[in-house]
Design a protein around this ligand. Structure first.
Ligand SMILES: [Zn+2]
Length: 440
């Protein structure tokens, strides 16, 4: 049970209740009532959240959690060199243990930053699923593959998705995870679409990540990456598209007529860092009813898994690119970070707001600091003044994973020590191998 301000989200109306309490039972929100009314309710545990806001946990809609191991390794490079010279050579050394330790560190970072669910797209995902089960966070997981792996890559992605679907007491949902239209052939994308339909699985992939990819696809194939997804049948499934900063005008009608549920994940920090010329066209996507969830991408490009920062940056970049200070208000930013993100990962009816019947994925944010006082507009305070480090308590499925900034399910110093010991082997590029070639 918590007491303080409570934020709800429905459509783009974010509602705040003052001096309210959230009653949680069996991992679900049971009721939201005036604090005085909750005083008499028998409870196993009471959290006093005076001076704090209870809000739905943030969702990181696209990341590669274990890549925290490569944080800061490939700096100030164009996308192509970042992939070909550093990231893909290093990833050819990856072991399951590296992935496990990276996932532990990533989950610790996310729980500390108020993230209660993340959509992950990586290799050796059995190890990530095990970490999710152990540390208590919620996750939407997909085993990534390239066509260069042959049919085996796709098969392993399917086996992973079927085996782990509904795992960790329902906290794990899964997707098929082809890497991108520039690394997976049309035939393999079509086969993926067939599997998605046959097994009722969603698809999570990168597409039209930047304008360069859209232009190259048009020059080589006469179609955009989004049109590739349509003609291969991928848009008949439920699809989560990472980035989409290269989505063109002509793609909007394609996305509008997609038969599956389509969503886009936006991770604005990386776009700035790679100096991509455009960002996710959130306003145009809103007009055609495509939800946009917020994300960080992997820490090897973004340097952090801070969705709070993605929320503030999304608001600022949208104002700047649209030339409109009225567009993407703080309330809209909160809506993207919570309900739209929940929809993007296929959990729109289970998480994303604090309401009876929803899973109790809740964060408590401390607003007593000098940088968050006074509060004239609570939404603005949360988006533009508060920081991820103001999250004091993180709860998933009613279980407290961080209490007063202390992580209860993960041992960060132990993970950092063990990961450090593995670095020389992981970072060795003397073999000259790459897991894949970047050539859009
Ligand atoms: Zn990515």
């Amino acid at each position: 049970m918590t007491r303080g301000h409570v934020a709800h989200g429905e459509e783009e109306r974010i509602t705040f209740l003052e001096d309210a309490a959230v009653v949680v039972r069996d991992g679900l929100v049971d009721a939201v009532v005036p604090a005085a009314e909750a005083a008499g309710v028998p409870a196993v545990e009471r959290l006093d959240a005076r001076g704090q806001v209870a809000m739905p946990g943030l969702v990181n809609c696209h990341t590669h959690a274990p890549m925290v191991a490569l944080r800061g390794l490939a700096e100030d490079l164009p996308t192509e060199e970042w992939f070909n010279d550093v990231v893909w050579p290093v990833e050819s050394n990856l072991t399951e243990k590296d992935v496990e330790l990276g996932a532990r560190l990533a989950c610790a970072e996310m729980i500390r930053g108020g993230v209660t669910c993340f959509a992950d797209h990586y290799f050796a995902m059995d190890a990530v699923a095990a970490v999710v089960a152990e540390c208590g966070i919620r996750a939407h997981l997909g085993q990534a593959y390239f066509s260069s792996q042959g049919e085996q890559g796709r098969q392993q992605s399917l086996e992973f998705a079927l085996h782990h679907r509904g795992g960790a007491h329902g906290r794990i949902t899964t997707a098929l995870a082809p890497h991108a239209p520039y690394t997976v052939t049309d035939a393999d994308l079509a086969a993926t679409a067939d599997l998605a339909r046959a097994h009722g699985l969603p698809v999570h992939l990168h597409a039209s990540e930047n304008r360069d990819q859209a232009d190259t696809s048009l020059a080589r194939h006469g179609v955009t990456p989004i049109e590739v997804l349509e003609r291969t049948g991928v848009l008949d499934a439920d699809v989560l598209i990472a980035h989409g900063t290269g989505i063109l005008e002509r793609d909007l009608s394609v996305l509008a007529r997609a038969r599956g549920r389509t969503a886009v994940a936006s991770a604005p920090r990386g776009y700035l860092k790679f100096a991509w010329p455009t960002t996710t066209p959130i306003r145009a996507l809103r007009e055609i009813g495509v939800p946009v969830g917020l994300a960080t991408d992997g820490a090897a490009s973004n340097n952090s898994l801070d969705v709070w920062e993605s929320m503030a940056l999304t608001s600022l970049i949208q104002k700047s690119t649209e030339g409109d200070p009225r567009w993407l208000t703080s309330r809209q930013a909160l809506h993207h970070a919570t309900l739209q993100s929940a929809r993007a990962v296929g959990l729109g009816d289970r998480i994303g707001s604090i309401a009876p019947g929803r899973r109790a994925d809740i964060v408590l944010v401390d607003l007593t600091g000098p940088h968050t006082q006074p509060v004239h507009d609570l939404a603005a305070t949360l988006v533009h003044s508060a920081r991820s480090s103001d999250v004091r308590t993180t709860i998933v499925d009613g279980r407290i994973l961080m209490r007063d900034r202390e992580l209860l399910t993960l041992d960060v110093p132990a993970v950092v020590r063990e990961l450090g010991e593995r670095m020389p082997a992981l970072l060795d590029r003397s073999h000259g191998r790459r897991i894949q070639e970047y050539d859009t």
